[in-house]
Design a protein around this ligand. Structure first.
Ligand code: NAI
Length: 340
């Protein structure tokens, strides 16, 4: 197995703790990875750097793959989201978030196995906000045919490659007739090229109700940026919370893997964070490397890591957010002990 250079952005809040745990587990699993560590967010500001330094962006451009911890975004003011900026600057247009039950993690639902595919570059996250006059502000929702079409194609290609049967679009085209109307029309047009995959369209409010009634009826969920952000966390809640949902931000030439959760300032620095979501993101990354770099050995490492965390959970070795009593470091050790 050759070594793959991968950019590691620990982030801030719980980011460094969970990133350390993941690094330790991948080293113990002999993952063929050489980490190129870079900063972003508060960690970069603390060093007197820009919130998203050029050398972080350049490293991702050069190496093509990154694993990223969460970065805090100030609420109601301050700098714009590092996470959104990163995705837009590098054109990582598809957020892919698999949501599944894990054996050993109690949840209200069984048989959940869905994937949220979120458009990552536009919508209300275009960041175009204006004060028209004091007391009157606007936020511009942007939809382009190019972005709507490519995210629809991504969802159908993903479904086809993984033998999935249905893509459900959540939208609000009854109210936002132009923007969500375009998103919906592009999904319908792209679907014509994938007749073996079912297309379902639901107005998002009714879709959310159906999600909490019976999430097992869904397969792939396709939606624009803001809806995808909100629904991702909702879906995490269906299977045990934010500690167990991984993600990937995919572009045509680069991929940045990160958990759905944020920097969790309420538990940062307390050895309480669940590193599993970032570890599962790292497993997605290894599988991506296997395909992208033609290195089947990465699949084997991914399988070993997955086996080890499945075993740990089945043995009741869990962090508090999923009903256990272990700290971040103790869970990390439990996984390492089970690497075959
Ligand atoms: P959050 O996801 O950080 O936390 C929500 C709740 O889930 C908290 O109670 C937290 O303790 C818990 N939680 C999250 N991850 C956990 C883990 N791995 N283990 C155990 N418990 C976990 O969301 P919140 O509080 O809304 O946002 C905090 C900050 O994170 C904000 O500045 C936000 O902008 C940022 N954020 C960053 C993201 C990213 O870097 N991609 C994504 C989401 C939020």
């Amino acid at each position: 197995m050759s070594q793959h250079q991968v950019v590691l952005i620990p982030g801030d809040g719980i980011g460094p703790e969970v990133a350390d745990a993941v690094k330790e587990i991948l080293t113990a699993a002999k993952a063929p990875i050489a980490w190129i560590e870079r900063k972003a967010g508060l960690a970069a500001i603390d060093e007197g750097e820009d919130v998203l330094p050029d050398d972080t962006l350049d490293a991702i451009r050069k190496h093509g793959v990154a694993l990223k911890g969460p970065c805090t975004t100030p609420v109601g003011g301050g700098f714009t989201s590092v996470n959104v900026k990163l995705r837009k600057t590098l054109d990582l247009y598809a957020a892919v978030r698999p949501v599944r039950n894990l054996a050993g993690v109690a949840s209200r639902y069984e048989n959940v196995d869905l994937v949220v595919v979120r458009e990552n570059t536009e919508g209300l996250y275009s960041g175009v906000e204006n004060e028209i006059t004091p007391g009157v502000v606007t936020s511009l929702k942007v939809a382009t045919e190019h972005a709507c079409r490519r995210i629809a194609r991504y969802a159908f290609e993903y479904a086809k490659a993984r033998g999935r049967r249905k893509v459900t679009v959540f939208h609000k085209a009854n109210i936002m007739k132009l923007t969500d109307g375009l998103f919906l029309r592009c999904a319908r047009e792209v679907h014509e090229e994938y007749p073996s995959i079912e297309l379902e369209t639901l107005i998002i409010d009714a879709g959310c109700m159906k999600l909490v009634q019976d999430p097992s009826r869904f397969d792939i969920l396709l939606m624009e940026n803001l809806y995808g952000d909100v629904v991702s966390d909702l879906c995490a809640g269906l299977v045990g919370g934010l500690g167990v949902v991984p993600g990937a931000n995919m572009g045509d030439h680069m991929a940045v893997f990160e958990a759905v959760h944020g920097s969790a300032p309420d538990i940062a620095g307390k050895n309480l964070a669940n590193p599993l979501a970032l570890l599962m993101s790292a497993v997605m990354m290894l599988n991506h490397l296997a395909v992208d770099r033609g290195d089947a050995g990465c699949h084997d490492v991914a399988d070993r890591v997955k086996y080890a965390y499945d075993r740990a959970l089945a043995d009741g070795q869990k962090t508090r957010d999923v009903g256990g009593s272990l700290g971040t470091r103790e869970f990390c050790r439990a996984v390492i002990e089970r690497l075959g």
